[in-house]
Ligand binder design. Sequence first.
Ligand SMILES: C[S@@+](CC[C@H](N)C(=O)[O-])C[C@H]1O[C@@H](n2cnc3c(N)ncnc32)[C@H](O)[C@@H]1O
Length: 417
Amino acid sequence: MPDIVTIDRLGHQGDGTASLGGKQIFVPFTLEGEKVLLSGLPGRGNHREVAEIVEPSQDRISPICPHFGDCGGCQLQHFSHEPYLAWKRALLVSELEREGIDVDVAGPVSFPAASRRRAVLTAIHTSGGTHLGFQGRGSHEVIDIATCPVMTGELQAALPAVRSLAGAFVPPPAKGKPGSVRVTMLSCDNGIDIAFAHGGKVTARDLETAARHPASKHFLRISLNGEVLHARQRPILTAGTARVSPPPEAFAQAVAGAEQAMADLVCEHLSPCKRTADLFAGFGTFALRLAQNSMVAAYEFDAPALAAMDRAWRETGGALKTITHERRDLFRRPVMASELKKIDGAVFDPPRAGAEAQARELAMSKVRKVAAVSCNPQTLARDLRILIEGGYKLVSVTAIDQFAFTPHLEAVALLEW
Ligand SMILES: C[S@@+](CC[C@H](N)C(=O)[O-])C[C@H]1O[C@@H](n2cnc3c(N)ncnc32)[C@H](O)[C@@H]1O
C-alpha cells in the first residue's frame, strides 16, 4: 500500500515534515498542507522522496531552473515569493523567541534572480567529459549545470569557459577517489575572478595552463590553492568610495545588493560614532565604508584579507579616516572590554558559529552602538541575548534574503546602550 502523507510544516532546512507510522519524516520539495504520495525508495535517514503531489498547495509554483531538484544548490524554488519570505522571517523570529527576545523583525529584504555574484562549484572528470556544478542533493555526485538562473548573467555566460578551464585543473584519481577541484567564481566590477583549489601541489604546468588555455582570456585572474597563476587585471570590488582587490577565494558577500543593504543599516546606525571597531572585518566591507565618517580598528583572522583592506585604504590617498588592523582569532582572543574603552561603535559579522566570546566582551563594554551582522539566526539569537543581558537595548532586526531559494538567512541587528 503506497504511503500518502500530509505535510504539516517546513523544517529549518526547508524540507516538509510529516508523520508516518508514529515517526517524523522529512519530505523535500513539498509545502505545508500538501498531500503527497511517497516513493517506495528508501531515503537518506528519515528522509523520504515524493512520487506524486496528490493535493498541491496554492503556494506551489514552477521552479525557474531546469536543474532544480537534482542540483543541491536550491531547495525552495517551488515556493511562491511572499509565503516563502514569510516562512524565512518566521525562522528568525522563532530563534529569537527561543532566546526570549520579542522584537518586530523587518524584511526579509529580497533581491532579484540573477544577482548571486559569488558561487562555489565543484568540477570532476566523468566518462562524458568535465562536470561542473553544485553537489547533488544529499550526495557527493556533481550535477553538471548548463545554467544557473540564481547567478549573475555574467557568471552564467562564463560557465562553458569555467568548465573548460576547470577541467585542466582536476587532479587524477587518488586512493580510489576521483579527482575534484573546487571552483570559486566571483563577479567583480571589472570582470570575473576565478580561483581553483584541490589541496595538491601547484606545478609549472599549472602556470603554463593558466597562461595558455584558450578559456583563460575570459578571466581577470586565475589562481590555484591561493596562488595567483595568471592575472590580466586586479579584480576590483567597490566598498563605499574605496576599491578593494579581494585575495583569491576570500570571503565576499554573495549578492552585491545584500552587501549594500547590510552596509547601509550598519553605517547609518554607527553614523554618530567617531571611533568604531569592525570585528570579523574580512577585506573591509564595512571598515572601508565606516572610515568615511569614523576612525576604524579592524580585526580579522585572514591575513590576506586584511592586507587587501589596508591596500584599498591606502589607495584612497587620505580620503578616508584612519583604519588600523590586527590579525586576531576572535574566538580564542576576542577584543576585550578593556581594549574597547575608546570605541563608541562596533560591528561584528562572524561566520556561522557566531561571536559568543566577542559578544561577552562587548556586553561588558561601554560601546554605545553595536551592529550585529549574521548568517545564522540561531547563533545571532544567542549573541543578542548575551548583549541584552549585558544591558544593551535591541533597536531593530532586519532579515536579508541573500541566499534566495535556500533556507539560509542573513540578518542585521542594531543595539544601543
Ligand atoms: C561572514 S564573513 C564577514 C567578512 C566581512 N565583514 C564582509 O562582510 O565581507 C566572516 C569573517 O570572519 C573571519 N573569521 C572566521 N573565523 C575567525 C576568527 N576565529 N577570528 C577572526 N576572524 C574570523 C573570516 O575570515 C571572514 O572574513
